[in-house]
Design a protein around this ligand. Structure first.
Ligand code: C5P
Length: 398
């Protein structure tokens, strides 16, 4: 909820400005007060009257409006909010922000503010992909400016690709996250992700295949709902998400130690592909290949099962423990059995048979198994799976 939160909403000039009207409505429904600022270009797309009617407040648009300056100077206006939101954030506004230009009310407010800023960029695909915009985006990220979107899809200009403004509800979620007001605010969640590497010697290891993409997406989605996320990751091929406490580990034992150190938590999601065995007596120096000497004999020991260990905790067990089951046959039966064996609350089961394209791919088709039964989710992107799971976790902890 956003009760008593004050949002300064800057509406830039783009066709997506019409979605800013819905955004105002959604924010007010949640109890936020919205002070709107409409740029000159923004006023070409939506009228000041509709903006002020929805916001229930006057619209600010001119830097040199003396009445406004007498009532509330632009410096005060820029600082009187809990969050400044720019939606749509045009290429022009982003460029002004990145260079520190202040030549109209919106850019002056953005330069004068000491409040957090969230941008919802919207522009033509080519403009978004232009090195200048990407350079500005990187500069703004470095300045601590948050962004939501843009999304990929059909654009009003007839092209297809990234550039569509995030939907109003996605922007609301980003606003809640920025203000620490999401449904998981105050909740602590541990997420494991990636493979583990079990050394044979300093240059060789055994591991499971895992990109870490699904675990990373889950950590990001939980953080977006306001959770404090401890992200314990093995050597994954995707970088950890922003806004989480990332703990980098290599072996299963280190992963268990990091999870134990991160407890207590309200929920834990074990998405890591942990190696089941480690090599006992791993060599401290590189095992030499001697001509005709044959292959070295390796001895294995079983690794601790992190999911089962945490699920079995008598004291300090998270209220919700979620495991994964990557299977190639009898997916549901195996996942059900795994849920019972590991003692976790939910299992997200997926078929990783060759040919599904799931391993290392962008999409996933999962079944959520709970005490109530199995629920098939349609095939969707790993980001969507993550958002849906995060919503379910928020519901379960509510
Ligand atoms: O037994 P299996 O590896 O198929 O179980 C998968 C689930 O158990 C995943 O959630 C995985 O993160 C977790 N797991 C674990 N520690 C292990 C092995 C698996 O946490 N040593």
């Amino acid at each position: 909820m956003l009760a008593e939160k004050r949002i300064l909403l800057i509406i830039g000039g783009g066709i997506a400005a019409f979605k800013a009207l819905d955004l105002i409505r959604r924010l007010r429904e949640r109890g936020a007060a919205v002070t709107p600022v409409l740029t000159r270009a923004g006023a070409q797309f939506v009228t000041p009257l509709s903006v002020s009617a929805l916001a229930g407040q006057k619209v600010f648009s001119d830097l040199f409006d003396l009445t406004d300056e007498a009532e509330m100077g632009h410096i005060e206006l820029s600082r009187s909010a809990d969050l400044v939101v720019v939606a749509p954030a045009t290429a022009d506004l982003m460029a002004k922000m990145a260079t520190g230009l202040a030549n109209d009310l919106a850019s002056t407010l953005l330069l004068a503010t000491d409040t957090q800023v969230l941008l919802a960029p919207a522009m033509n695909v080519r403009m978004w992909q232009h090195p200048a915009t990407q350079r500005n985006l990187a500069t703004l990220a470095g300045d601590g400016i948050r962004t939501v979107g843009p999304n990929e899809g059909d654009m009003a200009c007839g092209e297809h690709g990234p550039g569509r403004m995030a939907e109003p509800l996605e922007i609301v979620t980003a606003i809640e996250a920025a203000l620490g007001a999401g449904p998981l605010a105050g909740r602590r969640v541990i997420v494991t992700s990636g493979p583990t590497h079990e050394p044979i010697d300093p240059v060789r290891y055994i591991a499971n295949r895992s990109s870490g993409a699904q675990g990373t997406a889950i950590a990001r989605a939980l953080a977006a709902l306001g959770a404090q996320v401890v992200f314990v990751t093995g050597p994954a091929s995707v970088p950890p998400p922003e806004g989480v406490e990332a703990v980098q580990v290599e072996t299963a034992q280190q992963m268990l130690d990091a999870v134990n150190a991160a407890l207590p938590a309200d929920a834990a999601v074990f998405a890591a592909a942990v190696a089941d065995w480690r090599v006992t007596g791993a060599s401290d120096s590189k095992i030499k290949k001697s001509p005709g000497g044959g292959a070295p004999a390796l001895d294995f020991a079983e690794n601790p099962d992190i999911l089962a260990t945490v699920s079995a905790l008598k004291a300090g067990r998270p209220a919700l423990v979620v495991g994964f089951a990557a299977e190639t046959d009898d997916v549901i039966a195996n996942a059900n059995a795994k849920r019972a064996r590991k003692g976790c609350d939910w299992i997200l089961a997926n078929d990783v048979s060759p040919g599904t394209g799931i391993m290392g791919g962008a999409e996933n088709a999962v079944t959520l198994i709970t005490a109530e039964g199995a629920e098939d989710w349609p095939r969707m992107t790993k980001d969507e799976v993550a958002r849906r799971l995060a919503d379910r976790i928020a519901g379960a902890l509510a």
